[in-house]
Design a protein around this ligand. Structure first.
Ligand code: GLA
Length: 864
């Protein structure tokens, strides 16, 4: 009875039973011939694996001895068998098949759950078969491997003769598995696939392709290490404590943890077989958002320190066909200029070497489009964004066969000496996938960011007035207080006091002095900040304050007292930027000092908002605090200490809203942004430049994180400037009292329109409709997540025609009332004004806007 059951469930045994009744040597019902398994899953170096024959198809024989049963294969070869932990023994006789004509040399290896259980000597052609009889109790995956015996694969006909598995009575039948263990990380549409190779290393399937290969190539290694055979750009370069500059990482295992709400974390563990040196590739997959966060953790127990010279966060592989890279370069007041380029063989590097910020000259975020030029609503796109506010490197290593995107801290000058039993965690690389263009990619990334990328992502933002463009450094209590009333009258909700409120011995009346001396200036603000904040509140406004805790002017009491607290190189003349230096945050006293500045400033009663600025970057990266042989730690330790400070600020003052600023758009990355609510994209607030700049930032960052202020930059019509600012987090930086009554009415209208739409523009989904670069106009729309409302923006940059603009993402069945918000004085109403139209019709036929001439804009609400 038992026998019959087995025969039913194991086709191989059924065949065996047939043989038994035909008079073949009987086997106990507990034995299973390996040759009865599905041998298509067995990898071979030549031909296909044969059941009960040599690999060339002839009867199996080793040194003249014939075998009825067995598997004929060819080095290098591998088969993985799921024996489910219930098998007892593995038995075989192994050797080179006589079909090799006395030539060939191979090695047989039996592996149980990643551990080598048995290894033959190198066996050559004509040598008698060697018996194997192994206890495999408890083993779940049994792997049979044949290697080339170190002399190439020629004539390596290898026989697992008489190979059988003895299983426990009634246990489930062993089954073959794909030869390479694979690890899949999948979100809704994004798949990352890893495989363990013959050599125990971890390999990655190129993103966007499916496995179809028989052999894995070294170029496909998932996190390649320098020094042991990998010849392209490595992800990891290490000097071990004994001076060995090579590392080998072999797969150890994988753990997965369901974090709930569609999130799963996966940790792939690897280890160097010759050193107690471990690397974990860590992932967090967000199912619905198609976002995978990746970082790497490095740890060791060597006898001395290990030097990390290169330690990428991620090094994903893609196929080079049709692959295009979009990246963004710039400078102060001209951030975010897009460049699209095809990747060619060689290494394309995007990086910064400025230490305390990543951006200004180049954004640590990019787009890779897999189907030719990037498009809004078609084609596969992989977006990448490195969450790091220091020197970064994203290197695209095109080897001819693959493109590897190596992203992480910039290895430039950043060697890190890692103590035993300490984990080095790299910054997080955020990957987002879309199979339907960059529009969908952005919407998914924005949805992720609302929950994990910045603070309070589900709360619309207020209307802000900043005094910087209005007063610069020239103000006192009365001047600032005089701005409140007109602001309140126009509908402003929050006032932000900018630079210039501090310094006594060296008053901060210009950018040459006072930074570091964070006592309110007694002449300007005799009773400190509190009365100014109170006065704002009395006028119905909330109050915010500017600070730049990391910086110092040489002309300051702080510098006089602590010249050693700054980042500088010995024997070099101090190089100033905006007349200032950076404090050395690796020094504990500086950490304490900066925290006390932040704490004191944000503890002023009625302060509910702050702008954290950073107006220079590193050019002389030396720390008087760090030891001579640890100077290279400055780059990484600075940013880590900065994050600790930002984290403490966010946790101690959870109610205070924070703007991230860095001499314009110097810090635009998800590393710092997670402690903040918004960022200052650029000191350039010319609305014409902002139309394209905000478009480009919007690939990665939601509109509500983009501080967008109306100023006089570029002397553009105020109506146009207001419309552009309303598409982000709206603010004004104007002397409102000085505006004409017509301009005041435009601003008041814009503010009230913004208040109407901010639930949609801040919390809804973005559709980029018409790209403004080199075009006569740009257009975009936001749609509420329940599709009940939308708002369309049209920005006319050159004279053109009032062509219909076609919104996207509406509910085709729903009716929307069309209404232009804050129409410009003197322009005719739009033709569809006041009409109720179906989403389907609006998306198909579009809406004719009120703008056609350069520097006109039109904001249209679609509501129930
Ligand atoms: C930087 C900022 C500006 C302003 C000034 C103040 O340049 O980008 O917005 O705050 O500092 O000094």
């Amino acid at each position: 009875m038992k026998l019959v059951q087995h025969f039913r469930s194991i086709p191989g045994l059924a065949a065996l039973a047939a043989g038994f009744f035909c008079g073949m040597a009987p086997l106990s019902e507990e034995s299973l011939w390996v040759s009865s398994l599905d041998l298509k899953q067995m990898s071979t170096g030549w031909n296909a694996a044969q059941a009960d024959r040599g690999v060339s198809g002839q009867p199996m024989s080793i040194a003249g001895k014939k075998f009825e049963r067995g598997v004929g294969t060819h080095a290098a070869s591998k088969i993985r068998i799921d024996v489910g932990g219930s098998a007892k023994r593995f038995v075989a006789q192994v050797g080179v098949d006589d079909g090799a004509g006395g030539q060939g040399s191979v090695e047989f290896i039996v592996v149980g759950d990643g551990r080598v259980l048995w290894k033959s000597p190198v066996l050559t052609g004509g040598k008698p078969a060697v018996p194997v009889d192994l206890d495999i109790a408890g083993v779940r995956t049994l792997t049979l491997r044949v290697t080339e015996g170190d002399d190439g694969a020629s004539h390596d006909h290898a026989d697992w003769a008489d190979a059988r598995i003895i299983v426990k009575d009634g246990s489930p039948p062993p089954l073959t598995l794909p030869p390479f263990e694979s690890i899949k990380l999948a979100t809704k549409n994004f798949l990352l696939e890893f495989e363990v190779g013959e050599d125990g290393r971890l390999y990655q399937q190129a993103v966007g392709t499916r496995a179809e290969k028989e052999r894995i190539q070294r170029v496909e290694e998932s996190y390649p290490q320098a020094g042991d055979g990998y010849i392209w750009e490595p992800a990891l370069q290490v000097v071990h404590s004994d001076g060995n500059t090579s590392t080998v990482l072999q797969y150890q295992g994988v753990t997965r943890t369901n974090e709930g709400q569609g999130r799963e974390s996966t940790v792939i563990k690897m280890r160097d077989p010759a050193y107690p040196f471990n690397v974990s590739l860590c992932f967090r997959a967000h199912h619905d958002r198609d976002v995978i966060e990746q970082w790497t953790e490095i740890r060791h127990r060597e006898s001395g320190r290990v030097k990390l010279e290169r330690m990428a966060s991620s090094s994903l592989l893609l196929m080079p066909t049709n692959l295009q890279l979009t990246h963004f370069y710039g400078d102060w007041a001209n951030e975010m200029n897009p460049v699209v380029e095809q990747l060619f063989p060689g290494t394309k590097v995007l990086d910064s070497k400025i230490g305390v910020r990543a951006h200004q000259f180049g954004l640590p975020s990019f787009l890779l489009s897999l189907d030719g030029p990037v498009a809004e609503s078609s084609g596969r796109v992989l977006g990448g964004s490195l969450a790091w506010s220091g020197s970064f490197q994203c290197a695209f290593d095109h080897t001819g066969q693959r493109v590897r995107a190596l992203c992480g801290v910039n290895p430039f000058g950043s060697a890190y000496h890692l103590k035993a039993d300490t984990t080095f965690a790299t910054p997080v690389m955020i990957w987002v996938w879309s199979s339907a263009g960059v529009g969908e990619m952005s919407r998914k990334l924005h949805a992720w960011a609302r929950d994990f990328g910045f603070r309070d992502g589900h709360k619309p933002r207020s209307v802000l007035l900043n005094n910087w463009e209005a007063t610069g450094f020239d103000f006192d209590f009365d001047r600032i207080a005089s701005l409140y009333e007109p602001a309140k009258q126009l509908g402003v909700e929050l006032f932000l006091l900018d630079d210039g409120w501090f310094g006594n011995k060296y008053p901060r009346v210009n950018d040459r002095a006072g930074l570091g001396d964070w006592e309110p200036n007694r002449k300007r603000l005799p009773n400190g900040l509190a009365p100014l904040a109170k006065e704002a509140v009395r006028n119905g406004l909330t109050f915010g304050i500017w600070m730049e805790p990391e910086m110092v002017n040489p002309k300051s009491e702080l510098f006089e007292k602590h010249p050693n607290w700054v980042i500088r190189q010995p024997k070099r003349e101090l190089e100033l930027q905006r007349n200032q230096l950076t404090l050395d945050l690796t020094r504990p006293e500086v950490q304490q000092f900066e925290w006390s500045v932040i704490q004191k400033t944000l503890s002023v009663p009625d302060v509910s908002y702050a702008k954290w600025d950073c107006n220079r970057y590193l050019t002389q990266a030396g720390s008087p605090w760090l030891r001579a042989d640890r100077q290279s730690h400055l780059w990484i330790d600075y940013v880590r200490a900065l994050y600790a400070l930002m984290d403490r600020t966010a946790k101690t003052f959870p109610e205070i809203e924070l703007m991230l600023c860095s001499g314009g758009g110097g810090r635009v990355d998800y590393g710092a942004l997670k402690y903040f609510h918004e960022f200052w994209p650029s000191d350039n607030t010319d609305p014409v430049r902002r139309v394209t700049m905000q478009w480009d930032y919007s690939y990665f960052f939601p509109g509500m994180t983009l501080s967008s202020h109306v100023t006089h930059w570029g002397n553009r019509p105020l109506h146009f400037a207001c419309a552009v600012a309303m598409s982000g987090r709206f603010g004004m930086d104007l002397d409102l009292a000085k505006l004409s009554s017509g301009d005041k009415a435009i601003c008041a209208g814009a503010i009230s329109a913004y208040k109407r739409i901010r639930e949609i523009s801040h919390l809804g989904e973005l559709y980029r409709l018409e790209r403004p670069h080199e075009a006569a106009r740009g257009a975009l729309n936001y749609v509420a997540t329940d599709h009940s409302k939308a708002v369309v923006f049209v920005f006319q940059l050159k004279d053109g025609q009032a062509l219909a603009v076609k919104p996207q993402g509406l509910d085709p069945e729903r009716e929307y009332m069309v209404r232009e918000l804050n129409p410009a004085p003197g322009r005719a109403p739009i033709p569809q004004e006041g009409k109720r139209l179906k989403g389907e019709e609006l998306m198909r036929d579009g809406i004719v806007p009120s703008c056609a001439k350069a520097l006109e804009a039109c904001v249209i609400e679609l509501a129930p």
